[in-house]
Design a protein around this ligand. Sequence first.
Ligand code: FMN
Length: 217
Amino acid sequence: MSEDQALEDARERITDYRDRIQHLDENSIALLFSEARNHNWWQNKDVSEDQLREIWDMMKYGSTSSNTQPARLIFIRSEKAKERLKPCLAPSNVDKTMAAPVTALLAYDNDFHEDFAQNYPVRPEMADRFRNDAAVAEKFAFQQSTLQGAYLIMAIRAVGLDAGAMGGFNADLADQTFLSGKNWKSNFLCNIGYGDLEGIKGPRLYRYDFDEVCTVI
Ligand SMILES: Cc1cc2nc3c(=O)[nH]c(=O)nc-3n(C[C@H](O)[C@H](O)[C@H](O)COP(=O)(O)O)c2cc1C
């Protein structure tokens, strides 16, 4: 299919879905945002590889700067892999993580710029800025993969699962354990499963109102 045809088809699809939906309904907003919580304990119910693929197939559409997509995901699911993860975890995160059906290690690829020609063919020369400065590349990869981490959490919720994000772990040890031989670094961990509400230990914590933190100028 030609580029022009693909563009025309995309515009038609966008027009079509916007005719069908203009705003998420209350239930969808509750599922994704207003009633969604960070989960700490898990029902004894498996998460399939198909569900993990569905999560990726949703989150991959989240925008990143210059379409760079530096996030890499390692889904830690087998007992053997979980045992390797255990020593990386902060003590308060051990039990919940060992009980979770899957733990995603969200990493970022510092060599993301090697895919520039494929991912951002309009300006492939932009790769040089990152190729020539590893510190700039890493800062960018961390920023963009964190965005993708937020898309990950929302996609987990969108498929009816629960997420338990965790920054409490030894990232250097996780890098050595799971990312050796790659120019990747750990960003954060996220447990995935069907949350057990007994693990929710309190009501929602304070959230800022619009007027406290937002300005319209
Ligand atoms: C990136 C990230 C890292 C987090 N790290 C941890 C963690 O290491 N341990 C933990 O118990 N909770 C962790 N949390 C959970 C937050 O503390 C929790 O989302 C916050 O208190 C708000 O709770 P709520 O999402 O249920 O409203 C993390 C959340 C995010 C998004």
